[in-house]
Write a protein that binds this ligand. Structure first.
Ligand code: NAD
Length: 649
């Protein structure tokens, strides 16, 4: 099958790209499209050209497998220019997504027509680069500087309706796309054609626009370079001629493509893709998930219920007694109402989602669930009783999962009839938002159970990472080491605020101490106390001293910092006093972040050596998706491996 074919519908030519799975713009596709422009320009019988794509989507853009290789002609910017320069107007017929290079090809066309569920965008910044084939130059010429800045610096695709209102597309059509676009084409050629984008100019925005945007984007980007570079490209597109702006964009694109940040973001992108479908589970059919059960409607149970409902899966939510049932349902409702407040959901959508939750004390309702996830108190006895019941009541082929954070899964599963269906599914709080899902099999877990865990992650749009059994799995184990290392710096005399600031500079939203104040110091404290009560030798931490003094974090008005009625952390004289005898000396510490990230990576080494994680990139995914590690640093393992190139690690 040729990757590009040309057919005729009367006086309209239809050029179809057929390069599965996502019609990436490989060299063969670019060459064939280039040739098509020449062929059709020479054909007097053709009045207009429709550019369509076969399969599930319009072109999703650059062929990522060509990344890092010597670029081969024709280059994408030349192809986009060539399409625009065609004697016959080209019309892009967009279904699925037109992203990056895919959308840039559409920008070379004189018109863009989409179906209602199509999405278009320039997501290059998420890979640490900017569009490299006129996306930053033609987009402002199409929709103005403000809208272009939003699209290019944010990287978020927009749905067809919004694209139409922004002016990114000319029409959104119902029904058969090709037939509608053929009709659109016949109509369009009967009227004067719009001026090609390369020949248009852009109105300059308000005088403060660029500085304001720069400030806002720098704040959001936290050290990531591509969004600011993308802003600069749009600014040049407004201030320079088309050709000059194109040259500026190309140079920026090539510089960024060779940068360490782009390498990190590419590595994370490929790691995520691989994580969704582990090679070891090829050919293993997961169990279809038509109905799920959740036991426990607290923080995690409610969030998991919402995540399942967001994926369209009906949920039975089980609680201990009538009062707890009402509370659990209220927890779920509160999350949906939050979605309505933030305009993520309409009221009726929220109601429909809530209507798909059956809350009860009756475990018998779980009898026909395909999967049941337990999220009750973190106590072995309580969990064992629950699984004992589930083992008896649930369909023999259903999957039963625990959301435990620290308990030994083998002990929870003890006594469960047929433990091949038992698995750990460790969600992160808030479970409907955080993308990480640690999947933890026990030795008896069947491949199908494991495959269903991964299928659940895909259905919930989460990033699954398989972890082995140990206290805290991958993420919480590294968190423990990270916090201990941060405390060790405090012992050495590095001010708490300086450590937090160093990690914010590194790209985290919060440093380790601020984050503890937000989440509460008591959870980890109680866990340490529990271990001590069981006779384990857990050395006293600085956190223990604070909790014993009543400083559990923001909720008690103070933890590592004081809070004067707001969320702004202020260095605390009380803490200084409490820790006074503990701190050895004041030492300057110039590489705090590098040290702490090194500690995380060292724990990662131990985790790998024990087989708790399968590969370094899994550890990176856990840190990025569960613990706020800056994505553009690639994760602790990537950052350490590339530390000779990252100046400040
Ligand atoms: P929570 O205290 O908010 O909720 C626990 C719920 O379980 C309560 O509503 C309680 O009524 C209910 N429950 C207790 N026994 C029950 C029983 N026999 N049958 C039915 N319901 C019962 O706790 P949480 O924070 O949601 O944590 C739940 C589990 O998830 C724990 O194992 C915890 O370690 C784990 N976890 C928590 C987090 C987190 O950040 N909170 C993150 C990941 C995992």
């Amino acid at each position: 099958m040729p990757v590009v074919s040309v057919s005729r519908e009367g006086e309209i030519a239809v050029v179809t790209v057929d390069n599965p799975p996502v019609n990436a713009l490989s060299q063969a596709v670019r060459r064939a499209l280039f040739d098509a422009t020449t062929e059709l320009d020479a054909d007097d019988g053709v009045k207009a050209v429709v550019l369509a794509c076969a399969g599930r989507t319009f072109s999703a853009g650059t062929d990522l497998s060509e990344f890092g290789k010597t670029p081969m002609e024709p280059h994408l910017p030349d192809l986009v220019n060539r399409i625009e320069a065609s004697v016959k107007p080209w019309i892009a017929a967009i279904h699925g997504t037109a992203l990056g290079g895919g959308f840039e090809i559409a920008l070379g066309c004189r018109f863009r027509v989409t179906v209602p569920d199509a999405a278009i965008g320039l997501p290059e910044v998420t890979l640490g680069i900017v569009p490299g084939a006129s996306g930053t130059v033609r987009t402002p010429r199409l929709v103005g500087a403000e809208a272009a800045v939003e699209l290019v610096t944010g990287g978020k695709p927009v749905k067809a309706a919004k694209a139409l209102s922004m002016g990114l597309v000319d029409a959104v059509v119902q029904g058969d796309l090709l037939q509608s676009v053929l009709a659109f084409a016949s109509d369009a050629v009967a009227r004067p054609l719009p001026v090609p984008l390369s020949q248009r100019t852009v109105a300059a925005p308000a005088s403060t626009f660029w500085e304001d945007k720069k400030g806002a984007i720098a704040k959001r980007a936290k050290g990531e370079t591509a969004p600011l570079a993308a802003l600069e490209c749009v600014r040049m597109a407004v201030e320079l001629s088309f050709d000059e702006a194109l040259a500026f964009e190309r140079k920026t694109f090539l510089d960024l493509r060779a940068s360490e940040q782009a390498a990190a973001l590419r590595a994370v992108f490929f790691a995520e893709r691989a994580a969704r479908r582990p090679a070891g589970l090829k050919g293993v059919e997961p169990l279809p998930l038509r109905k799920a059960g959740v036991v426990g409607g607290g923080t995690m149970g409610a969030g998991i219920t919402v995540a399942l409902r967001d994926a369209g899966i009906p949920v039975v939510l089980i609680e201990r007694d009538a009062e707890a049932v009402a509370r659990g349902l209220a927890n779920v409702r509160t999350i949906f109402e939050g979605g309505v407040k933030r305009a993520k959901l309409t009221k009726s959508q929220a109601e429909a989602k809530l209507a798909g939750v059956t809350a009860s004390t009756d475990c018998g309702l779980l009898a026909d669930a395909d999967m049941v996830i337990e999220a009750v108190f973190e106590e072995l006895g309580v969990k064992r009783t629950v699984f004992n019941q589930l083992g008896r009541l649930c369909r023999p082929d259903s999957i039963i999962a625990t959301n435990t954070s620290y308990l030994d899964l083998r002990l929870i599963a003890e006594g469960v009839p047929d433990p091949s269906r038992f698995i750990g599914l460790h969600f992160f709080s808030p479970a409907n938002i955080m993308r990480l899902l640690e999947i933890v099999p026990i030795p008896e877990t069947a491949p199908r159970t494991l495959a269903t865990g991964f299928a659940l992650a895909r259905a919930l749009d989460k990033i699954p990472v398989q972890a082995g059994i140990c206290e805290g799995f991958i993420g919480n184990r590294i968190l423990k080491r990270y916090r201990a290392a941060a405390e060790a710096l405090v012992y050495d005399g590095v001010p708490i605020a300086e450590i937090d600031a160093a990690m914010r500079d590194y790209g985290f939203a919060m440093g380790p101490f601020e984050a503890q104040d937000l989440g509460g110091l008591d959870i980890a404290y109680l866990q340490r106390e529990g271990a001590r009560a069981n006779g384990r030798d857990v050395p006293e931490t600085l956190g223990d001293i604070l909790v014993r003094a009543g400083r559990k974090g923001q909720k008690t008005g103070g933890g590592w910092y004081d809070y004067a009625g707001d969320r702004k952390p202020q260095p605390s004289a009380v803490v200084a006093e409490l820790l006074a005898g503990k701190i050895a000396r004041m030492t300057a510490h110039s590489a705090i972040a590098g040290h702490l990230v090194g500690e995380m990576a060292a724990e990662g080494d131990a985790i790998l050596a024990e087989g708790v994680a399968g590969q370094p990139s899994d550890i990176d995914l856990v840190e990025i998706h569960g613990y706020g590690f800056p994505r553009w640093r690639g994760g602790p393992m990537f950052a350490r491996a590339h530390s000779h190139r990252q100046q400040d690690v």
